[in-house]
Design a protein around this ligand. Structure first.
Ligand code: ZN
Length: 502
């Protein structure tokens, strides 16, 4: 590499930024899990100071000079050097494209929007939120124009959460998915209801915690480098190169929600643990590369592995031993049907593995139309209800359980929702490659050898952290561009078997 000195400067700036980010993450983790209620004011001041330092470093003239100096040098750089330059240059270029006034307006619109959204949701009245949402949409369009795009303004918004993703590509992969999932859902709905009442019995929290920790340990969650506690909304965060934190919650009516939430966050944590290694340690590269790839790892563990026959072949006898009175009369088959019950419902976060995809497709279609102006904000509740009816077959009784259910739009997160379903697609595509390269992986799962599956994921995905952009990583691992057929096949075969459809 010609410009060794410049790269060394970039590296030392990166170290400082990474340390500040981890410090902020620790303060945030503490706020969600330990901090007394009255601590909120002091914590906001601490976080705002650190966030200010990070912003100043990322937009400093030093980063500008380094971005320019390192621009032409890609051919002589290692993959690690290229990745670090790519990440900082991208961030710098995106930042300078947005006029300061627009950043300030958006920040104001988001904080007022979130307050208005919470009140409107409580009052079950969309009209209290609509003018705030109109302002957010107008500003999102201005963001798209400032960031620039080739084909569709929504491309610029998507790209903020999933580098390289375009509206056309999402449309192409969602189209066959929508058709297959709708057909599958209609066939399932025509079948007799599955009984899952046993999941709602009383299950002592300490025992749920014990079982969850046993599964995590077996997945390869290293308790000497990672930690689990409780919070209202489960999440995963990285507070140091050997300190990954996950949270879960036990105050759910069913025994399965906390467990699958633990496995989900455990999947995120394994990715972060593997991403911090000898090569990437302490740098911006020691983390998952994008929202979709991160979500692919959590959903792969939670759904494809955690809700499978093989997984419960090993774990159900142990679960029955821990909860003898609750599960004595429930067969393994009935249990697996219970945890995979499909039932169309209004609320995305409670949706099953099949209809969940349609909840996201609905949001993708409406967001796109809002950004192009094909749909006006005042017509949004009606459009929401019509699309719910045609896609999922249920109509919300109120705005609160319909168009007002998610926080995302009030927080200015337009273009974020597709990453949830893209995560399903990435996950199934990775899993298929794993089954080809590790032909007895299902037998391993059935024997409880989850760490062997984890090793494959670590070797092929986790250890690269953010070195390769998401779609390059997918191509390296699977030899193919994003293809929804693997997820469609997985979902169709699984639920045809579960529901006895032929
Ligand atoms: Zn997740």
């Amino acid at each position: 590499m010609h410009k060794k000195k410049e790269f060394e400067s970039l590296k030392s700036l990166d170290t400082e930024i990474t340390l500040l980010e981890q410090t902020a993450a620790l303060l945030e983790w503490d706020e969600e899990t330990q901090m007394p209620r009255e601590g909120v004011q002091g914590r906001a001041e601490q976080l705002s100071l650190i966030r200010g330092y990070i912003y100043d470093k990322k937009t400093s003239s030093q980063i500008e000079d380094l971005s320019i100096a390192l621009q032409q040098d890609d051919d002589t750089c290692s993959d690690v050097q290229k990745a670090m330059i790519r990440i900082y240059r991208r961030e710098y270029e995106q930042t300078i494209k947005i006029p300061k006034q627009l950043v300030l307006d958006m920040s104001d619109a988001k904080s007022k929007g979130q307050v208005a959204w919470a009140q409107a949701r409580k009052a079950d009245d969309f009209s209290q939120f609509s003018s705030y949402l109109e302002r957010i949409i107008t500003l999102e369009r201005a963001y798209a124009d400032a960031l620039g795009y080739e084909e569709h303004p929504y491309d610029a918004l998507l790209d903020q959460y999933e580098q390289g993703m375009t509206t056309q590509l999402v449309t192409d992969v969602f189209k066959p998915l929508k058709k297959s999932v709708s057909t599958l859902l209609a066939r399932i709905v025509s079948q007799p209801q599955v009984d899952d009442t046993f999941l709602y019995e009383s299950y002592p929290k300490e025992l749920q915690d014990k079982f969850g920790r046993m599964v995590l340990q077996n997945m390869g969650f290293d308790f000497s480098r990672a930690h689990m506690s409780e919070s209202v909304h489960p999440f995963t965060t990285t507070v140091g190169p050997d300190d990954i934190r996950i949270t879960t919650r036990y105050d759910e009516p069913s025994v399965s929600s906390p467990l699958f939430s633990t496995i989900h966050e455990g999947g995120h944590a394994l990715y972060e643990l593997g991403a911090s290694n000898r090569i990437t340690r302490g740098t911006v590269l020691a983390q998952g590369v994008s929202m979709s790839v991160h979500e692919s790892q959590s959903r792969l563990w939670e759904n494809i592995i955690g809700r499978s026959d093989e997984f419960w072949h090993y774990y159900y006898p142990q679960m029955q031993k821990i909860f003898p009175s609750q599960l004595a009369d429930v067969s393994q088959e009935a249990f697996i049907r219970g945890i995979n019950k499909v039932e169309p419902s209004m609320i995305r976060v409670n949706a099953d593995e099949v209809s969940y995809n349609l909840h996201i497709i609905l949001r993708f279609e409406l967001e796109k139309a809002l950004i192009t102006g094909d749909l006006s904000v005042k017509d949004l509740p009606a459009a929401w209800n019509d699309t719910m009816k045609s896609l999922i077959g249920v109509v919300p009784n109120s705005d609160a359980e319909g168009v007002l259910q998610d926080v995302h739009w009030s927080a200015g997160l337009i273009g974020y929702f597709p990453t949830y379903v893209l995560g399903n697609l990435f996950g199934a595509q990775f899993y298929r490659t794993m089954c080809q390269q590790l032909p007895n992986s299902q037998d391993m799962i059935a024997r409880g050898e989850l760490q062997r599956v984890g090793s494959w994921l670590n070797h092929n995905i986790y250890q690269y952290g953010s070195i390769y952009p998401p779609q390059d990583l997918l191509m390296r691992v699977t030899g193919e561009r994003l293809n929804s057929s693997y997820f469609i096949t997985y979902l169709t075969e699984k639920y045809q078997n579960l529901y006895g459809l032929t």
